[in-house]
Design a protein around this ligand. Structure first.
Ligand code: NDP
Length: 501
């Protein structure tokens, strides 16, 4: 946090967090910075609001969430404008982000009762006199800490699902995108004015740390792996359960039988949308040797036509967080110093606040550009024998978030072998737009799932209930059991489980 203004870098002035446009430095908004006491007070208010919210039942929450989603849908261009002004991404990309988030709100609202509501399950012979029920109950208050790169889509993957599950939410947006966070929370509170079911607390990482220690029932974090570890450590003090969605180093595998035009199109968009600042963005490409030269030529040709700038006609905008530019520069320099070549862009593509499309080849697998998350519009393209070697190399990463496979005949086989939470076959990032599919990673990419049925269950506790419906036929779980009952148990177990198949 600096006291003099650099475009895009938030500052605190007179107790207010001031956010600015990363390309122009224009002020976007100022927001009061919360203290730890403010965070605790917000959580206390949320606890009371949660009681009211739960009392509405699935139908009442569904109705309000669907109203919220329609408000966002009707004001989508306004929302996209705030995203564009604060984060720098072109308005069209902001519309796509907001549209996907709105879809998730509708799905979570529409499916919460089916997934989380009470259901009767089959009992067991040993306790046949008891009926069995399962339901999922909310945690009460869920804390959500979000990143700046998709300031609506990403936190909404937690917020909408947590709300639909019956929780109240206290949301801490990234200090880089407070205006977007405030806008989505304000719209919710217009739809649900009765109680503070969704609140926002602004500030730097310290406010996030305070939220971890505030006694929330669960903490959903999206951000870097390093901060994710700090969040887990803070939550461990109170045994607060966590959902941790971290970074990635996603690979695309292009098999020899791939549709190369489709692969090139997906690769350029998957790697460079939002200036490469996408957790599930493509950063490494492994291409079968038979099609490598052809693919690379087409890729460079397509990527060289991308436009970069602040205008609406740009394909992507500035790097949102200026400090990330040095990481991108280091990765490009390291790739070249270790024997790689830039076939497009390179060190001269780094023109703060922009980084132009960069394609690197012959980069050793142990260089930073292949191992670490770059979060810029750069791709390493590597020749491999075939898709099998591609999978092997893709999996040699500490991360395991998403990924992509291009093949006409081997798509499913290769996709299943990728060590990641999600994979697109003959596409890129498409899984993020399907609300019924869970989203999350393995390894350093974190654990737990947002979206889909798993995402709803992530924000609820399983509650098991049995109810006696008749006297015990065989009183197995009682000191009243007789030798005759034990003999019956032995006979029953042999009958039920004694066969080898
Ligand atoms: P950071 O880890 O820097 O920050 C994430 C959030 O945590 C911010 O709100 C930040 O606040 C807050 N924070 C910082 N320090 C602490 C702390 N000690 N305790 C609690 N909260 C804290 O990540 P970025 O914002 O830079 O986001 C980019 C990262 O997010 C990338 O690695 C990307 O891959 C990942 N990501 C993962 C996604 C997924 O679903 N798996 C989706 C999108 C992004 P502040 O900003 O105020 O410092």
């Amino acid at each position: 946090m600096t006291s003099t203004r650099t475009p895009g870098v938030p500052v605190v002035e007179d107790g207010a967090l001031v956010s600015t446009n990363p390309a122009t430095g224009e002020e976007v908004g100022r927001f009061p910075v919360a203290t730890a006491a403010d965070v605790d007070a917000a959580v206390a208010r949320a606890r009371e609001a949660a009681t009211w919210w739960v009392g509405l039942g699935h139908a009442g929450r569904r109705q309000r969430l669907l109203r919220y989603r329609s408000v966002l849908a009707n004001r989508i261009t306004e929302l996209a404008d705030v995203i564009h002004r604060e984060g720098g991404k072109p308005a069209a990309e902001a519309v796509v982000e907001a549209a996907a988030a709105i879809d998730h709100i509708a799905w979570a609202a529409g499916n919460a009762r089916r997934v989380l509501g009470q259901r009767k399950l089959r009992g067991s012979l040993m306790v046949a006199e008891h009926a069995a029920y399962l339901e999922y109950q909310p945690y009460g208050v869920v804390g959500v800490i979000g990143p700046w790169n998709y300031p609506v889509f990403t936190p909404m993957g937690s917020i909408a699902y947590a709300l639909a599950a019956g929780n109240a939410v206290v949301f801490k947006p990234s200090e880089y995108t407070p205006a977007v966070g405030q806008w989505i929370v304000d719209r919710f509170n217009e739809v649900v004015p009765e109680h503070p079911v969704l609140q926002i607390v602004h500030g730097t990482g310290e406010v996030g740390a305070a939220l971890c220690r505030s006694g929330v029932g669960k903490l959903a974090f999206t951000g870097s792996t390093a901060t994710g570890k700090k969040v887990m450590a803070a939550c461990a003090e109170t045994l607060t359960p966590v959902l941790v969605e971290c970074g990635g180093k996603d690979a695309m595998i292009v098999e020899a039988d791939a549709d190369l035009d489709a692969a090139v199109s997906a690769c350029v968009w998957g790697g460079m949308t939002n200036a490469g600042q996408t957790c599930v963005g493509i950063e490494r490409v492994y291409v079968a040797e038979r099609v490598y030269d052809d693919f690379l030529k087409r890729l460079v040709d397509r990527a060289s036509k991308l436009t970069v700038g602040v205008g609406d006609d740009a394909d992507f905008g500035p790097v949102t967080m200026p400090s990330q530019i040095e990481i991108i520069r280091r990765h490009i320099d390291d790739a070249i110093a270790s024997g790689g070549r830039a076939v497009l862009g390179g060190p001269e593509a780094v023109q703060p606040p922009y980084v132009k499309p960069t394609i690197l080849v012959d980069v050793p697998e142990d260089s930073a550009a292949v191992r670490e998350e770059t979060f810029g519009p750069t791709l390493t393209v590597t020749r491999v024998r075939d898709g099998d070697e591609g999978v092997e190399r893709a999996n040699a990463s500490v991360y395991g978030l998403g990924g992509s496979v291009f093949s006409r005949s081997r798509g499913m086989e290769l996709a299943r072998r990728l060590r990641s939470g999600m994979t697109s076959i003959n596409g890129a990032i498409s899984f993020a737009g399907v609300p019924s599919l869970p989203f999350g990673g393995v390894g350093d990419s974190g654990f737990g799932r947002i979206h889909g049925e798993d995402g709803l269950r992530e924000f609820a506790r399983a509650k098991a209930i049995t109810r006696r419906r008749a006297p015990s036929l065989i009183p197995a779980m009682s000191f009243d059991r007789t030798p005759k009952a034990v003999a019956m148990i032995i006979r029953s177990v042999k009958l039920l489980h004694g066969r080898s198949r």
